[in-house]
Design a protein around this ligand. Structure first.
Ligand SMILES: NC(=O)c1ccc[n+]([C@@H]2O[C@H](COP(=O)([O-])OP(=O)(O)OC[C@H]3O[C@@H](n4cnc5c(N)ncnc54)[C@H](OP(=O)(O)O)[C@@H]3O)[C@@H](O)[C@H]2O)c1
Length: 290
């Protein structure tokens, strides 16, 4: 079994990004600028956004954080989006999800200028991705593709079972891995909460991508020997032995599954760090597109 080390791979890609930023600076070009919009005070969202902003700074990109209280109205947030769309200084931005219940996420996402949509959630980018046109890929699937590529994981003709069909992970992952390219050319099965025979399906999978949000869902008896297992899940589980009161768990029961796999991602240190890479690569591209 070999670990798919997202932390190490992410550090390598980050060095490449920093070098690109430096090259742009030396050539007198604009420094890529990523903005993040954070609504409310959800702890996990604050952590994710904070880490994105800090990584930008570390790599020499510019970053801005716009924070608003959970009570912000939908129309106020739409005005914020309009300003960010018009701000020529900002190359790309994200609106951290989830948003408070009174705000329609679809409305907000479709208001983002697709050319600045570095999270790749706008319908225009999703549509382009589906038909194989250049677009911003959603950050997590993009990061997973980079990880597969870096470790030269064979995907051609492989059966890939994707657990979860969300717009941000499962669905785009199924599109990308069935594309006629590398990584891709997989035969993809996408499973969800109504799928009847998940253990049997998983048992036939060469590659499993688990994106459910259910700690330890994927167990040893669901794994074909030699499978590649990518664990996207991040769930905070209460843990009084930890300083912050919780620990992070993935969707895969790592301890029972790992020895059966050819490759597996750890949690943390697998897909998480690769997601930031996806976002920063998109930001660089947004600046280059200008
Ligand atoms: N590492 C990262 O950077 C990163 C990025 C994004 C997300 N995540 C994590 O990845 C996980 C998934 O995120 P998400 O946003 O895709 O979640 P989501 O929107 O909640 O989607 C979960 C998916 O899992 C399916 N599901 C739920 N229970 C199931 C069951 N018992 N059997 C089969 N399928 C089931 C759901 O099916 P239905 O569609 O039928 O409801 C849904 O499609 C979460 O832990 C999240 O925190 C990590």
């Amino acid at each position: 079994m070999q670990l798919l080390d997202g932390k190490k791979t992410s550090e390598e890609i980050q060095l490449e990004i920093a070098a690109e930023v430096q090259k742009r600076k030396s050539a007198g070009l604009k420094i890529p600028h990523l903005a993040a919009v954070l609504v409310g005070n959800d702890g996990a969202s604050q952590t994710y956004v904070g880490s994105k902003v800090r990584t930008c700074e570390k790599l020499g990109l510019k970053s801005s954080l716009f924070e608003y209280p959970a009570e912000i109205t939908e129309s106020e947030l739409l005005s914020v989006i309009k300003k960010l769309n018009e701000d020529i200084e900002i190359d790309g931005y994200i609106v951290q999800l989830p948003l408070p219940k009174h705000i329609n996420e679809e409305k907000i996402i479709t208001a983002i200028n697709p050319l600045k949509d570095v999270d790749g959630f706008h319908p225009e980018n999703v549509g382009k991705m589906c038909i194989g046109l250049p677009s911003f890929l959603p950050a997590t699937p993009f990061g997973i593709m980079k990880l597969l590529e870096k470790y030269k994981i064979e995907t051609d003709g492989k059966h890939c079972v994707i657990l979860g069909r969300s717009n941000i992970v499962g669905t785009p992952m199924s599109v990308l891995l069935s594309r006629k390219s590398y990584p891709g050319n997989c035969t993809v099965t996408m499973a969800h909460s109504r799928t009847k025979n998940i253990p049997e399906l998983c048992k036939t999978a060469d590659i499993i991508i688990a994106a459910l949000g259910i700690p330890g869902f994927v167990k040893a008896d669901m794994i074909k020997k030699g499978a590649v297992v990518i664990d996207v899940g991040i769930t905070r589980v209460e843990d009084s032995t930890k300083k912050n009161g919780y620990r992070i768990e993935g969707d895969v029961d790592f301890h029972s599954v790992a020895s059966l796999c050819s490759y597996i991602t750890p949690v943390p240190g697998g897909v998480g760090p690769m997601t930031i890479c996806g976002l920063l690569l998109n930001t660089l591209k947004a600046a280059e597109n200008k």
